[in-house]
Design a protein around this ligand. Structure first.
Ligand SMILES: [Zn+2]
Ligand SMILES: [Zn+2]
Length: 168
């Protein structure tokens, strides 16, 4: 087994342990049984995580989890669990980051609710800029490769050939 696979399994386990801890705390505090949420690592883009109230599901950003597992598990996991606990305890009335949610975060999970987790986002794909007579065009690496192999593109607007400027 390669190292990254072991890491992923280990991180998944740590996330689950944290979810269980948070849920137990909430069950004790509210003196009620809570349904354990399902979770996966399908979250993409700029969000660290999302809680889906109706399906009792959490999606976490694996890219950000790998970046700083400690911070992610201490802040992002309780943040999303708190959303699901609010929904199970109070229903859909409370605001997403309203007083009920803040109370669970700060008094139960001991996480500063004001703190917003900042993680780096995946680098955007490299773009190749081309110029015609009227505007700048953005090419993907794939298209840029085709130009290098001899394909010529014309601007649909001004009909002039596109000339490579630089990559960004
Ligand atoms: Zn939130
Ligand atoms: Zn043009």
């Amino acid at each position: 087994m390669v190292k990254s696979q072991i890491d992923t399994i280990e991180l998944r386990r740590r996330v689950e342990v944290k979810i269980d801890q948070c849920l137990k705390q909430a069950e004790r505090y509210f003196n009620m049984r809570l349904t354990k949420p399902i979770f996966n690592f399908k979250q993409r883009g700029r969000s660290a995580g999302t809680a889906y109230l109706q399906t009792n599901e959490m999606r976490f950003n694996a890219f950000m989890l790998n970046q700083d597992p400690e911070k992610f598990i201490d802040e992002v996991v309780p943040h999303e669990v708190a959303h699901l606990v609010v929904y199970q305890v109070y229903g859909s009335k409370p605001k997403p980051h309203g007083p009920e949610w803040v109370a669970i975060m700060e008094h139960l999970f001991n996480v500063d609710a004001e703190r917003t987790h900042t993680f780096e986002v995946p680098k955007p794909k490299r773009l190749y800029l081309y110029q015609c007579g009227c505007q700048t065009h953005e090419f993907t690496a794939h298209r840029h490769g085709r130009v290098k192999r001899g394909t010529q593109y014309l601007c649909k607007l001004c009909k002039e050939p596109l000339v490579f400027l630089h990559a960004n």
